[in-house]
Design a protein around this ligand. Structure first.
Ligand code: SF4
Ligand code: SF4
Length: 164
């Protein structure tokens, strides 16, 4: 399986600077549990949130992802990423967004239907087939992010215009 991130202009920053990756227990046990000395791990319900400690990269990274074909769903989802996951009485509500800063977002972003299917399958594996699942794209926050980027870009152009 080819890895498009080998052409990453940021030298695979999302793997080298791992922050807040959401995994379920099976993924955690399979890919992270025996390497946890370089990680901080918090757990909310059935979801584990993983960050690398200090300067350490993801423990599955060594020049490239060493588990690419069996990486966690949240990595497969990139440059979308999981947002909040709320669990309640037989129901789960999850959001996702694309505010990841990935420079190849335009090339790598899959259609939302595909992203939502990935998330639904992940949530079914995590909470069981019977659980009622709702998945929503976090449009509002994404818009704020894009507006902020556009404003920053305009400000930069104005600044360049003023100083040249
Ligand atoms: S997902 Fe984006 S930021 Fe992360 S390694 Fe791939 S190209 Fe780079
Ligand atoms: S599991 Fe692989 S793709 Fe996911 S953060 Fe680690 S090195 Fe990157």
């Amino acid at each position: 399986m080819s890895n498009p991130c080998l052409k990453c202009p940021t030298d695979q920053s999302c793997c080298r600077d791992l922050r807040g990756l959401k995994v379920n227990e099976a993924e955690y046990t399979r890919l992270f549990e025996d390497k946890r000395e370089h990680l901080t791990v918090s757990r909310k319900g059935k979801i584990f949130e993983i960050s690398a400690l200090g300067e350490f990269p993801c423990p599955n990274w060594d020049q490239q992802c060493q588990v690419y074909g069996r990486r966690p769903m949240d990595c497969d989802l990139y440059p979308y990423t999981m947002g909040n996951v709320f669990e309640g009485d037989g129901e789960v509500y999850a959001t996702y967004h694309s505010r990841t800063g990935c420079p190849l977002t335009a090339q790598l972003l899959s259609p939302r239907e595909k992203a939502e299917e990935l998330i639904r399958n992940f949530l079914k594996d995590t909470y069981g087939e019977q659980c009622k699942i709702t998945v929503r794209y976090d449009e509002g926050a994404a818009r704020v992010y894009h507006l902020a980027r556009r404003a920053a870009s305009r400000a930069r152009k104005l600044l360049i215009g003023e100083t040249t």
